[in-house]
Each structure stands twice: as structure tokens, then as C-alpha cells.
Design a protein. Structure first.
Lengths: 353, 1199
């Protein structure tokens, strides 16, 4: 309040539609008359969509195998027993045999699945240095504090890549062998290990530090590999396009999962005779068993899955659409009954008034 | 340095309480009084600097921050922010710091700007130059350097620089005229009087020679009260003592008019002036919505704490297995391992609090504030509430109460000036039982040569004639009217009859009406000059009366008197007042005839006054004079002593006659009251008038209708039976039919059988309020309230202003009897929302007390308007104010509040659920940018716009159908049921978002290239669905889609998408993490994500749509019916005409046949056409402009 008591509004107000709150307006009313057809239409559309989704999901085949190696579950239990302790366990191999009675429709994707693994734990999720991963040399020498306790090695060297996520990189490896004829030789099926990470992650977000004298190893000189890693980051793969921070497996792993049970893409099968899928016959998957999961009550699975336009096998969306669609129709009918029964009454009331 | 000086200084600064005395002594012109006068008590006075600003440049930031963080919500967010800074929390401090910073900055800028304006105004005020007298010369200096005791000269049209005691003026009679427009808004001129003994000092030299001291009370804020005493030392040592009253005081802020210059002495300066004291204390009213908002906040705070507690406990239960607490892939650092378990648990608890803190929306306060601020402009802008006649529009003084206008259950209205126009017309007078009725003044047009008198019966004889003239003289003399003889005066109340430029000015319109009426009878009051009143009598001769004393009017005595001395030396006391206050003092006169006539007039709704006189002999007068002088000199309890003196003087009177003045109803007052009653609002009329007058007005304005059963609780009735019996009998009557009343509540037309009206008078009311010895008063009060609750209309007549609301004297042990009627209702057990409307200073207490105070910019000044929360030009504007604006504001703000809580439940509940899937590790579901911007940009504008322009029902419908108001009273849209519905809707939606996304992501890929999404995609999916759902939910609730709504609503969705594309599309160099890189775009590249978004939005909105449609179909509320009708109306306009509109077109159809009402209506209609009943006579009297006998008979008397 100022001392001069200036009175507000003591002048002729403007006469505009806005100030008089009379702007032209559309005044819709959600009445039964509008809602009814809406419900029926939506219901029908949803049911149609749901059916489509459901069948398209049903057309996808999946084949999965739990190779955790809990006692008595297969030949991986030997490895599981051996690698009871913390990583790194002794290298151990086991195998999974299966046979396909008919063609496994392609394209076929190979996933691994971990359960009870909390990649979404907050402390785990922040334990990385995106600047380091983008190839920033300064971050290579001085990893972010969030990486602790995987920030510096015991020797005081900066760890590259630092952090818990990188340190716990999934290091089981698989190879697929196909036996065309019974008792015939197993032929290795080529697994395409490229294109499993997001294009943008692989090409933009993850960058190796600038090469020193054309050598990646020199670029990483003065850093230590994460404690659990048997070899440094620049030796992740022999392919120069797939090593260092831009290793596809590594990039896939670094995209942390939303839920404690998660799958990650391991490889695509699309080469040679296997473009259309896996032909019938016996198969063997050789598993290099490195990754310990039993200490936290986890499971490891291998999954072969085909993919449609809507991704992997997931009946949820189809079922949900069907349920919601039928609910719409049902409530539509309920409302229709109500509408017919009470419409007259309302009209009478209004007439009385 | 001199020791004694130091000691004095020390004493001055340290004495504190000792120095605080009841009165102050001022040496005029700083001249010490001659020795022997009272001991001087040194007092320190502030300089004349006015500081209205709150801050200085230096303390602005700390002080403003302190002020802002005193608000509980801001403090809460500050704490959250600090917690985030200190502990390792899931969200970055930016997420709560940025919104808080935004809110604080915006508020600080606003307050800083306002304070800057105040600084500017202060500086202008403090630096303007003032003339004052120093050593007999005129000196100019800055206003702020003025000190108490300085003699100041003020010229015409200047504003007084501080509170002055008026010493002398350039006018010979020692008066000056003053307008107080900037103080209380009254633009009329008021006359102030210089001190008798100093008014001769006209020049600077003279005034410098003045030797005087002034004793007066310490400053107090009442503008109209001042007691003091001046001692003038002439050459002889014995001082002359004079009383000082408010008529001698010139207030800072008032402006000098029509007077060349005046001299005055400063007595209150700077922050001690009455104006400064008045601006300081203003109590804050809080609306019911704000209260419910705070309750809801507490509920949400409890939810928040319990969520955090649950998660903390579960976390430690879950972590009790070491492989979960610290699996090999996620090991802790050494320092983390060593931390104390309880400290860790506490930190975790705080972290959860931080994670969920968004459930209490920081932006809600800003939005509510903006809504109120901008929303109040729609009231000021409203063209229909602009009054062309006065050029005034509505004024909003407190925008905090907009929504309270939609919640009013009780309206307390003043009668005079609020319901009526306060435009008095002299209707009739009755002298010694002879009745005089004028005819030709119905529409205020008065005829040129109306000098004749006609009366009802044959000529009254000689003694009668004498009495008649005495009566007219009494009316001519007994008043406080001033005459303005120049035309420049603002707000003139011209005496139309005189034809000359003779203007009467008075604070009471009744007096003007009377004097003007008498003028037509041949007695004209000419002027008051040098204490002589001059009147022009019938024979065009001037009679002069010396005005000896004025016993001024007060509302307790309800009468006033003057003592005059005629030219022949006879001393008369003329007294005029309400019949009830005159009759007991009367010992002679035709009391019965006059009483009968007074009652007859009152039934017709006229305001009556009785006139009495007594003759005083010189000795008697001397006694009276001494008595008054003694009372006036008193510094303490002057009022009380004066009242006692008046009581002693005004007795043994001789009754002369009575007058009747008509006060016409305001335009559309009846229509407004009818609408308010239909809206379920109980209307109480509080008035000081007689019961019959008031009742007649109430019939005329449709407060009572023909079928209203009147219950009386009056002194007369209580005299017959005991209060106890009357009360219980009434309550029985009322309760017998209360069953019928509730049913009636639902039908739109309340004109049903059981309609009760209660009439109560002030005396009966105070009996009910008075605590009995046996303590049964509360019982009476309960019974009384019970009766009132069942009456649709209550009329309280003969009320003293303080009974309207006792708000003065906030003594802690205020007795129950002090309760005003407004307070009584306000504090009754349902705590209804009350609104008080009035126009006069006597309504201020009521206006301040009620939840909403509305002032009518009336003829009695702007006091009421200034103290009110809303000021409107006319009573009729109350209808639109409540039924349209109030209703809309309430609907808007309640939706705003509920929606804010809803959208934050939607926001935070998925976070809570996610904790169960991330090992209670306080992982956030959404990215920092989303957390920060959700409330301040993605979802803020649509609801703000909604809360400004939504009209769930059109303005015309609201006005046409007042009963719609019932749908929102009693805080209907913020009840627990509604609140729980919204909360559950929020929880349901949150469940849908979260588990929808959960099942989508469970163990599979949703892209056609087999790649897998991570946790940020999961969160983004939930967030996207949420933003769309929450915005579309608002779209579903919007009934009024202007282009702005379309723009803002769809615009904000588009903004979200655009922002997400940008946020994820670029590697932001300033961010240390790139977690959102391409997440949104990758999500949109997946078909199932689109399908899921559509599905989840549909599922979330489905229950609400279903509920809306079913409720509308099965249990439609009146509002929904109205919406329906509206839509149909648009479709087939000619078919449907609701009955309500028909009724409002022909209000006369429902009028009861009360006599007074016909009179009033005729008066109105006569403007347009002559009413058939009185038409003939009206036209006759226009042709022969003269007073006509009421009941026919040949005109007699000496016309």
C-alpha cells in the first residue's frame, strides 16, 4: 500500500471479450450421447488391435535355457561349483544341447538373461563416468568420484573404464554349433556380434580416447583395467572397430536395465544358411562359464528368440488391448441401459421444472 | 562534554517504560512555558519521515529471504534443498533448488518492485517542502525535518505534512475546509475549527508570539478521535485552558480547501501520525479454500513421511542378507562400510524424503497466487459491475478471498445506504397530531414555488400555529449541516428548491432532507456564521439564533440536540432523535397521537424522527454550560463523561412532532435479495431503524415474502413472556417443519411453504447474549442459533453498531456478551462463511469481522469501502459478485488445488513403486530434467489458464439460476470425499503407468531390431504417458474451450515432445552424464511403445470418463443439469426457455401485496409512466404544486 491511496478500477473498464470473460468458446459436454458411440468405437478398435497384437506375439518363438548351474540342472553345475567365489573364476566351459524339430523362423537373436541382478541400483547406476567413456583424455586420468570404489586401482592408477558397471561386465561367451545330420559333425554357426548396441551409443556416445602414435594401447597407458577384468579395455576384441570403449558388448552392458530381471542382446544370427532362421537339427551351445551369479541368488539364461515388427514375444500388449476393448464395450452396454432407463426420467424432471 | 547532558541522553535512551506516559506535552513553537507550569517530561518524538517501505537497499536480500522462508511451504522446500546438498541423495539439488529459486526470485522481484514504488512515494513525501515559522519568519524546509512543536503554515490545496492542531486560519471565523480523500476517500469538505484563543493570530509575527503548551494523548490510530488541552499563556500568568477535539485536529494526508492558509502546530509526526498508524495494522483473512489446502498438505506430508518410512524399513529388511546389501558387482567404499547403521538409516530416510518430496508441489503456491492476482482483475474489469452514475467500478482490496465469494452462507447487510439509496426525501411531518403530506416530490423533482402548507384537519389555532413554527424552527436549527455558497465544492448536494446556489452538506442525509423539506415550508436555513444561525422565515425575514451548544449525535443515545438563544434572548434546547430515545425523555405534548402517526409511517417504511424542545432559563443554561465544559475538558474518558452530561441535559422535553423521511430501495435490491435467497444464502438485515420501518423495507426488498411466516423476538414479546419461553416456543415452531425444509433444499425454487423470517431487536439480542448467572446463556445462544439456522431471512432492528460486530477492544477476557452477531454466527458450530456488506463507518466493524467484507461506495463516505475486501458501487452488484464471480472462482481454484495434488500423486507414486524393483536404492525413475520441469513447465500453464478462464457453466446461466450456487457451498468441491477420489484417481493412474510400462519391458525387447531398452527409457515411457494423461485429464474437465485453452493445452504437450527431442537429441557439453541421449527418440522408434502410450492413456482416463458420464446420467447435480440444458439450448434455441429466466423478466409477478411495497414500486415506476393508483393525484399535484392533505378535504391554511 502506498501512501497515495490510488484506487484501482475507478475507471471505465475496457469492453473486450476477454476482460468480460466472453471469449467465444467451444463448450463440449461429455454426455452419454457422445460417450456411448465413443466407447463402442474405441472398444471395437481396441479389440481389433489386440487380436492383431496377440497373434503377432504368438507367432514369435522363443527357446530358453537356464545355465546357472544349480546342482543337478545340467553340465554347467560343475562350473558353478568351481566358480563359487567372487570373480574372476577359473575359466570353465559347459554346453547346452538342444534339437529343433523344424525350422526356427528367423531372424534369430541370441540373448542372455540375468535375474536378481540390480543394474538399477542407484549406487551401481551412477558408478560410471560418461565423460571418460566419451574419450575425454582428462577424464581418463581423473575418473569421476561416483566411480568409487572402482575409481583408482590398488596401485593408484586411474581405472578405465571406471565404476561398478564396467567392472561387472558380463563375460560369459557363447558359440553355437549345428549338427545337420544325426551323428554328423557340428558346424559352427556364425554369430553376428555387431549391431547389438544402439547406433547412437556405439557411434556417438562411446568414443575411444585419441590414439597415441596410432595405438589404442598407448592411449590407455597409465590406466588400470577394472579389478575384475582379466585384460585391459583395449584388448576386449581383436577387431580395431570393436575394442576399447566402443566394444559392442561393453556398450550393451553399459546401458543399465530397468528391472532386476533383464535380457541383453548377445548376437544376431543372420549369416550364411541361417538367414531364414535355424534349420531343423541338433544344436550345441558352447558356454564359457565365467560370470558368477549364484552368490546373489541370480540365474543366467540363454534365449533364442525371433523378432517381429513389435519386438520379442510379449503377449501383454495384445491381452491388455483385448481386455480394455471388451471393457469399453461392456461399459458401453451398461451405459446404454442406464441411458435408456434414466433418459425418460430426466426428461420428465426437466418438464416439471 | 557536559556530564549532565550525557546523563539526560542516557536517561532518554534507557528509561524505556518510565518515559512512557499517557499524554504528551508540546510547547508550541518550542517556547518554554513560564516557570511554575507543570514539570516538563522530556519525550522523544520521531522526526517527520514517513517510512512505508519494508526494506532498504542493504537489508533487502536477507530480510526478504527471511520473510519468504517464514512461509511454511517455502521453508519446507528450503529444508529439502539443504538436505539434498548435504547428504548423498538420489536427485540432484537442482531439481528442488531450481523451482525454489524460481519461486523465491519471482516473489522477491515483485516485492522489491512494490517496495521501490513505496520508496519513491516516501521520498516524494519526505522531501516536499513545508513552510514553517522560525523567529517570526517563514522558512521552507523539507517535510522530513519537521519536529513536534513546530508551527507550520499550509496553503490552499496543500496537504498537511503531519498531524496539526489548528491554530488560526486566514478566514475570519477561524474555520477551514478540508478534504480527506486520500485518507478515507471522502471527497466532501469538512469544516475544522481553530482554537478559540489563537484564531486571532493571523500573521507570522503574531503566531510567533504565541505562548502556549498543548497536552494531548499519545497517538492512536482512530482518525475521528482526539482529546487534548491547550494552555494559552497570555500576558498575565494565568493560562487559559481550552479543550481540543478532533475538530481542531488537521490530519496528515488531508488537503486544505477553500481557505487561503492556516497555521498549525505539529503534534504527531512521521510514523506517529494517524495516517501512518492506520496503514500499519491490517489483519489477514484466510479463505476456506486455503485452510483446506493446508489440511490437504498435512495429509500429503503424512503420506510422504510414511512412504519414506516404509521404504527405509523395507530397505533394511531386504538388505539384511549381505549378498543384497553388497553384491560382488556393487561394492561399497571403505568409508561407507564404516558408517554407523543408524546414521545410514537416517540418511536413507532423508534420501527417500527427497525422492518423494515432489508430492508437495512447490509450484502450487505460485500458481494459486497468480490465479488470485490475475483472477481478481476480472472483477475490476467487469463492465456490468461498473456504475455509470458514480463512475465507479468494483475495487478488489484483497485478492486472497476471491473464492470465498463462492462460499457465502450468510449475508449480513446494512439497510440504509446499502439496500436503500440513502437518498432521503421528506415525506411527511406530524405536528401536534396534524399530518402534512407532500405529493409532488416523488421523483426528487421539486417544484419552484412550493411555499404553502396544507394539513390534514382544520386550522390548528393560535397555539397550534406557534407550535408549528417552533417545530419548523427546531428542524431548521437542530442539525450539523454546513452551507456551501460556492459551486466549486465537490460532491454537491444541491438544495433543488432554493434555485440559488445554496448547498447543504452533512454527514447525515436525513438532516439534509429535513432541512430541505422545511425549506419548502417557508423556513430556510441560511448559514451558520460567527456562531449565529440565520434562518429565513415565512415572512422572508431573517431570524438569528446564537448557537450555544451542540450535543452531537451518537448511536447510543440516538438523538442530538442544540441549545440556541433567540434574538429575544430566550434559550431553547431542540432535540431530535429516534422515537424510542425521545419518548422516554418527554413530559409534555401529544405523545399518543404522535406515537400513532410515527408507527403508521414506520409501517410504510419511512424513517421517522421525533422532535422535542424545552425552554431554558439563563441559570439553567449556565448549569448546562458548566456541565458540558467540565466533560469536554476531561482528558480521560471524555466520551463517557460527555454522554453522562448529555443524558442529564436532554430530559423533561416537550414533544413537538415527528418527521417521516423516505429512503428508496436501491435499484434491483429486491431482485438481488431474491437471488441470494434462492442461492441458499441466508440474508440478515441489520439496521438501527424501527422494527416496523425495517420490516416494511424487508417486504419491499423481498427479504420477507407473503408466505413467509414471521417470528418475532422483540423486547415487547419478551416483556409478555420470559425469554426462555419465547425462545423455546419459536424453536419448536421452527423445528416442527425442518424436515420439510431439507427436502425443499433440493428443489430449485425455494418459494415453498415453510419459509421463516425472524425479527429480532437489539435489546432482545443482547439479552440472549448476556451471560446469565446460572450459566444458561450458552444454552439460549444455541437455541437462538438453531432458530436462525432454520430461517431464511432474519431482520435485526434497533441494532447498535457495536452489536453488528464487536471487534474493537480486543481484550483477552472479552465476555461472551460482547459477541457481535457476525461473530456469533461465524463461530457457531458449522462455521459458516459470512459476508458483511455495508456502506457506512458504522459497518466497518462488521465488515472487518466477517469472512468477506464488502463495502458499498456509498454516500456516507468511503470508510466502509476502504476497510472492505471488495468494494462495489451498488448493492445489486453483489449478485454477480457472488453468483457468478464467486462461483466461478471457487470452482476454478478447487479444481486447481485438487488437480495439483492429483498430478503430483501421478508423478511420485510410480517412483515409490519403482523402489520395490530397484532394491530400495532411491533410484529415480525420471531424469533430472523431467523431475525439475514437470511442475514448472510441462504441466503448469494449462492449469493456470484453466483456473483463470474456465466457466463450467456459462455466466448467463449462473446469473439466471441462482440455485446453482448451492452446489458449491460448504466447500463442496474440496470435501474429503472429493479429495480422496482425486487421490485415488492419481494412485490408479500411477499404477497404470508403472505396471503398464513394467509389463511392456518385462523380459523382452520392443524394437524390431532386437535391441534392448534401459531404465531411462522405462522412466521416459512412464513420464510421457503421465504428462499426456495428466494434461488430457484437465482437457476432460475443461468446459470452456477458448482459443487460449487450445493453444496452451496442446502447446504444452507439444512443448514436452519438442523438449524431449531436443534434450535427448544432443550431447550436452555441460552435463557430466549423457543418460538421456537418444532415449526419447529410440522409444518413439518402437511401435509397441506408441501402442502402449495410447493404451495406458486410455486406461487411465477411462474411470474418470465413466464416472462423469454415469454421475451425470444417474445423479445429476443442478450444475450438470444446467450444463445439459445449456448444450441443448444452443442446439434448439427457440424450444426451451427455462422458467427461471421468465421469472426474472417479470419480477412483479411474484410480488406480495404489501402496502409499502406498492408505494415503493409506484415511486419507481412513476419515472417512466404514471402508475394508475396514484396517477391521478400525482398529476394533479404536479399541476398545483402544493402540499395536499392525505385524506382529501378542502385545502386549508394560508398557502
Amino acid at each position: 500500500m502506498t501512501w497515495s491511496a490510488a484506487a484501482r478500477g475507478a475507471h471505465q473498464p475496457d469492453n473486450t471479450a476477454f476482460t468480460q470473460q466472453r471469449l467465444p468458446a467451444w463448450q463440449p459436454l461429455l454426455s452419454a450421447g457422445i460417450a456411448l458411440p465413443l466407447f463402442f468405437c474405441a472398444g471395437l478398435a481396441f479389440i481389433g488391435l489386440g487380436l492383431g497384437l496377440y497373434y503377432s506375439s504368438n507367432g514369435i518363438t522363443e527357446l530358453e535355457y537356464d545355465y546357472t548351474g544349480n546342482p543337478g540342472t545340467g553340465n554347467c553345475s560343475v562350473c558353478a561349483e568351481a566358480g563359487q567365489g567372487r570373480a574372476p573364476p577359473p575359466t570353465c566351459s559347459c554346453a547346452w544341447y538342444f534339437s529343433l524339430p523344424e525350422l526356427f523362423q528367423g531372424p534369430v537373436y541370441l540373448y542372455y538373461e540375468l535375474t536378481n541382478f540390480y543394474q538399477n541400483n542407484r549406487r551401481y547406476g551412477v558408478s560410471r563416468d560418461d565423460e571418460q567413456l566419451s574419450g575425454l583424455p582428462s577424464a581418463l586420468r581423473q575418473p569421476a568420484n561416483e566411480c568409487a570404489p572402482y575409481q583408482f586401482s590398488a596401485a593408484g592408477l586411474p581405472i578405465a573404464p571406471c565404476g561398478a558397471i564396467a567392472n561387472s561386465l558380463f563375460n560369459d561367451s557363447f558359440s553355437l554349433w549345428h549338427q545337420r545330420q544325426p551323428d554328423g559333425p557340428y558346424v559352427e554357426v556364425q554369430l553376428d556380434r555387431t549391431g547389438i548396441a544402439w547406433w547412437t551409443d556405439y557411434h556417438v556416445k562411446f568414443r575411444n580416447p585419441p590414439l597415441v602414435n596410432g595405438s589404442l594401447a598407448l592411449a590407455f597407458q597409465g590406466t588400470a583395467p577394472p579389478p575384475n577384468w582379466p585384460r585391459p579395455v583395449y584388448e576386449l576384441s581383436s577387431d580395431p572397430n570393436n575394442t576399447g570403449f566402443t566394444n559392442q558388448d561393453f556398450v550393451v552392458w553399459m546401458r543399465t536395465a530397468a528391472l532386476p530381471t533383464f535380457r541383453k542382446l548377445y548376437a544376431r544370427i543372420r549369416q550364411g544358411n541361417y538367414t531364414a532362421g535355424l534349420p531343423r537339427g541338433a544344436y550345441r551351445v558352447n558356454i564359457t562359464y565365467n560370470y558368477p551369479v549364484r552368490s546373489f541368488d541370480g540365474h543366467k539364461r540363454l534365449i533364442f528368440s525371433s523378432i517381429s515388427w513389435m519386438g520379442g514375444k510379449n503377449p501383454f500388449l495384445g491381452i491388455a488391448y483385448l481386455v480394455v476393448g471388451s471393457l469399453c464395450i461392456l461399459t458401453g452396454f451398461v451405459m446404454l441401459v442406464v441411458y435408456i432407463r434414466y433418459q425418460d426420467q430426466n426428461d420428465e424432471d426437466e418438464d416439471e421444472q | 562534554m557536559d556530564c549532565s547532558l550525557v546523563r539526560t541522553l542516557v536517561r532518554r535512551y534507557c528509561a524505556g517504560e518510565e518515559n512512557w506516559v499517557d499524554s504528551r506535552t508540546i510547547y508550541v513553537g518550542h517556547r518554554e512555558p513560564p516557570p511554575g507550569a507543570d514539570a516538563y517530561i522530556p519525550q522523544r518524538y520521531p522526526d517527520n519521515r514517513i517510512v512505508s517501505s519494508k526494506y532498504t537497499f542493504w537489508n533487502f536480500i536477507p530480510k526478504n529471504l527471511f520473510e519468504q522462508f517464514r512461509r511454511i511451504a517455502n521453508f519446507y522446500f528450503l529444508i529439502i534443498f539443504l538436505v539434498q546438498l548435504i547428504i548423498d541423495t538420489p536427485t540432484s539439488p537442482v531439481t528442488s533448488g531450481l523451482p525454489l529459486f524460481f519461486v523465491i526470485t519471482v516473489t522477491a522481484i515483485k516485492q522489491g518492485y512494490e517496495d521501490w514504488l513505496r520508496h519513491k512515494a516516501d521520498n516524494a513525501m519526505n522531501q516536499c517542502s513545508v513552510h514553517f515559522i522560525q523567529h517570526g519568519k517563514l522558512v521552507r524546509k523539507q517535510s522530513r525535518k519537521l519536529r513536534v512543536g513546530d508551527i507550520v503554515m499550509v496553503k490552499e490545496d496543500e496537504t498537511f505534512p503531519c498531524d496539526l492542531v489548528f491554530l488560526s486560519s486566514s478566514r475570519g471565523d477561524g474555520t477551514c475546509h478540508v478534504t480527506t480523500a486520500s485518507l478515507d476517500g471522502e471527497s466532501s469538505h469538512k469544516t475544522h475549527y481553530a482554537v478559540q484563543d489563537t484564531k486571532g493570530f493571523h500573521t507570522e509575527e503574531d503566531i510567533d508570539g504565541l505562548h502556549a503548551t498543548i497536552e494531548c494523548e499519545q497517538p492512536q490510530p482512530d482518525l475521528y478521535k482526539f482529546v487534548g488541552r491547550i494552555n494559552v499563556y497570555n500576558d498575565l500568568n494565568d493560562p487559559v485552558v481550552r479543550p481540543l477535539g478532533s475538530e481542531n485536529l488537521l490530519l496528515r494526508g488531508a488537503t486544505l480547501k477553500n481557505t487561503e492558509k492556516i497555521f498549525g502546530v505539529a503534534i504527531y509526526t512521521g510514523m506517529e501520525t494517524k495516517m501512518a498508524l492506520n496503514y500499519q495494522s491490517k489483519s489477514q483473512k484466510r479463505s476456506a479454500v486455503e485452510k483446506s489446502m493446508n489440511v490437504f498438505l498435512i495429509v500429503y506430508l503424512c503420506i510422504l513421511i510414511s512412504k519414506a518410512l516404509i521404504n527405509t524399513v523395507l530397505k533394511y529388511v531386504w538388505q539384511s542378507e549381505p549378498f543384497r546389501d553388497e553384491p560382488w558387482y556393487n561394492q561399497k567404499t571403505e568409508s561407507e562400510r564404516q558408517r554407523n547403521l543408524f546414521l545410514r538409516a537416517f540418511t536413507d530416510f532423508l534420501a527417500f524424503m527427497v525422492l518423494f518430496n515432489y508430492i508437495i508441489p512447490v509450484s502450487m503456491y505460485v500458481t494459486v497466487e497468480m490465479q488470485k492476482f490475475f483472477g481478481s482483475y476480472f472483477i475490476t474489469w467487469d463492465e456490468e459491475m461498473f456504475d455509470e452514475d458514480t463512475g465507479e467500478g468494483p475495487v478488489v482490496n484483497t485478492s486472497d478471498l476471491n473464492e470465498e465469494l463462492g462460499q457465502v452462507e450468510y449475508v449480513f447487510t446494512d439497510k440504509t445506504g446499502t439496500l436503500t439509496e440513502n437518498n432521503m426525501e421528506f415525506k411527511e411531518c406530524c405536528i401536534e397530531g396534524h399530518v402534512y403530506v407532500p405529493h409532488a416530490v416523488c421523483n426528487g423533482q421539486v417544484l419552484p414555488d412550493a411555499s404553502g402548507i396544507d394539513m390534514i384537519d382544520s386550522s390548528p389555532g393560535v397555539s397550534g400555529r406557534e407550535r408549528e413554527e417552533l417545530f419548523f424552527r427546531a428542524i431548521c436549527l437542530c442539525h450539523t449541516i454546513q452551507v456551501k455558497d460556492d459551486d466549486e465544492v465537490d460532491g454537491p448536494r444541491k438544495s433543488p428548491d432554493s434555485g440559488k446556489s445554496c448547498v447543504y452538506i452533512s454527514s447525515s442525509p436525513d438532516e439534509v432532507a429535513l432541512v430541505e423539506g422545511v425549506q419548502r415550508l417557508g423556513f430556510t436555513f441560511l448559514r451558520l456564521k460567527n456562531n449565529y444561525m440565520e434562518i429565513l422565515n415565512r415572512d422572508n425575514a431573517i431570524e438569528r439564533f446564537e448557537l450555544l451548544e451542540i450535543l452531537s449525535f451518537d448511536s447510543v443515545r440516538r438523538r442530538m440536540s442544540v441549545i440556541v438563544k433567540s434574538a429575544t434572548g430566550e434559550i431553547y434546547l431542540f432535540c431530535k432523535g429516534a422515537d424510542s430515545s425521545i419518548f422516554p425523555q418527554v413530559i409534555e405534548g401529544r405523545v399518543d397521537q404522535i406515537r400513532a402517526r410515527v408507527e403508521h409511517s414506520a409501517v410504510e417504511g419511512l424513517r421517522t424522527l421525533c422532535v422535542a424542545y424545552k425552554r431554558l432559563i439563563q441559570e439553567e443554561y449556565e448549569g448546562v454550560r458548566k456541565l458540558l465544559q467540565a466533560a469536554k475538558m476531561a482528558l480521560q474518558d471524555r466520551e463517557k463523561k460527555l454522554a453522562e452530561a448529555y443524558e442529564q441535559i436532554e430530559k423533561d422535553l416537550i414533544l413537538l412532532g415527528a418527521t417521516a423521511v423516505e429512503d428508496r430501495l436501491q435499484e434491483k435490491a429486491a431482485d438481488t435479495i431474491e437471488a441470494l435467497q434462492k442461492a441458499g444464502i441466508k440474508v440478515w438485515v441489520l439496521t438501527g431503524d424501527k422494527m416496523e420501518t425495517a420490516a416494511a423495507t424487508c417486504y419491499a426488498c423481498k427479504l420477507f415474502r407473503r408466505n413467509t411466516q414471521l417470528l418475532e423476538l422483540t423486547t415487547k414479546k419478551i416483556e409478555e413472556q420470559s425469554l426462555h419461553d419465547v425462545l423455546f416456543e419459536l424453536s419448536k415452531t421452527v423445528l416442527r417443519c425442518s424436515g420439510g425444509l431439507t427436502r425443499d433444499n433440493f428443489s430449485g425454487l425455494s418459494a415453498d411453504v415453510h419459509d421463516y423470517g425472524l425479527i429480532i431487536d437489539g435489546a432482545a439480542l443482547s439479552l440472549i447474549m448476556k451471560p446469565q448467572e446460572d450459566g444458561s446463556s450458552s444454552n439460549y445462544r444455541e437455541v437462538f442459533l438453531e432458530i436462525c439456522r432454520n430461517c431464511s431471512a432474519v431482520l435485526c432492528c434497533r441494532m447498535a453498531p457495536l452489536q453488528k460486530a464487536q471487534v474493537h477492544a480486543p481484550c483477552p477476557l472479552s465476555l461472551a456478551s460482547d459477541w457481535g452477531i457476525v461473530k456469533l454466527i461465524k463461530l457457531s458450530k458449522e462455521h459458516p462463511i459470512t459476508l458483511a456488506i455495508g456502506d457506512g463507518a458504522n459497518d466497518v466493524s462488521m465488515i472487518l469481522e466477517a469472512h468477506v467484507g464488502v463495502g458499498v461506495v456509498g454516500k456516507e463516505g468511503r470508510q466502509a469501502a476502504r476497510n472492505s475486501d471488495y468494494a462495489i458501487p451498488k448493492f445489486k452488484h453483489l449478485k454477480k459478485m457472488l453468483l457468478v464471480h464467486g462461483h466461478l472462482y471457487y470452482v476454478r481454484i478447487s479444481e486447481l488445488v485438487q488437480y495439483f495434488f492429483y498430478k503430483n500423486v501421478c508423478f511420485i507414486f510410480p517412483q515409490f513403486l519403482y523402489q520395490f524393483f530397484c532394491g530400495f536404492s532411491q533410484q529415480t525413475l525420471y531424469d533430472t530434467a523431467y523431475l525439475t520441469l514437470y511442475n514448472i513447465s510441462f504441466t503448469s500453464l494449462p492449469i493456470l489458464l484453466y483456473s483463470l478462464v474456465e466457466q463450467h457453466v456459462g455466466i448467463d446461466t449462473l446469473r439466471r439460476d441462482p440455485s446453482l450456487y448451492r452446489d458449491v457451498t460448504k466447500n463442496a468441491l474440496l470435501r474429503w470425499r472429493v479429495f480422496i477420489y482425486w487421490t485415488f484417481l492419481g494412485v490408479f493412474d500411477a499404477l497404470v503407468f508403472f505396471f503398464g510400462a513394467y509389463f511392456m519391458f518385462e523380459n523382452t525387447t520392443v524394437t524390431s531390431n532386437g535391441q534392448i531398452f534401459g531404465n531411462w527409457t522405462f522412466g521416459t515411457l512412464v513420464f510421457t504417458v503421465m504428462v499426456f494423461t495428466v494434461t488430457l485429464k484437465l482437457a476432460l474437465d475443461t468446459h470452456y474451450w477458448t482459443w487460449m485453452n487450445h493453444f496452451v493445452l496442446w502447446g504444452s504437450l507439444l512443448f514436452y515432445v519438442a523438449f524431449s527431442l531436443l534434450w535427448g537429441g544432443v550431447v550436452w557439453p555441460f552435463l557430466s552424464y549423457q543418460r538421456m541421449y537418444y532415449v526419447f527418440i529410440q522409444m518413439l522408434s518402437s511401435g509397441p511403445a506408441w501402442l502402449a502410450i495410447v493404451l495406458l492413456i486410455t486406461v487411465s482416463l477411462l474411470p474418470d470418463v465413466l464416472k462423469k458420464v454415469l454421475c451425470q446420467q444417474l445423479w445429476p447435480s443442478a450444475t450438470e443439469r444446467a450444463q445439459n440444458t445449456c448444450v441443448r439450448w444452443q442446439d434448439h434455441l427457440p424450444e426451451l426457455t427455462p422458467l427461471a429466466s421468465l421469472q426474472s423478466l417479470h419480477p412483479s409477478a411474484a410480488w406480495p401485496g404489501s402496502h409499502s411495497e406498492q408505494v415503493t414500486s409506484l415511486c419507481w415506476e412513476s419515472k417512466e409512466h404514471e402508475a394508475p393508483a396514484h396517477g391521478a393525484r400525482l398529476s394533479l399535484s404536479r399541476r398545483h404544486p402544493s402540499w395536499k392533505p392525505c385524506f382529501g378535504g378542502p385545502p386549508s391554511g394560508d398557502g
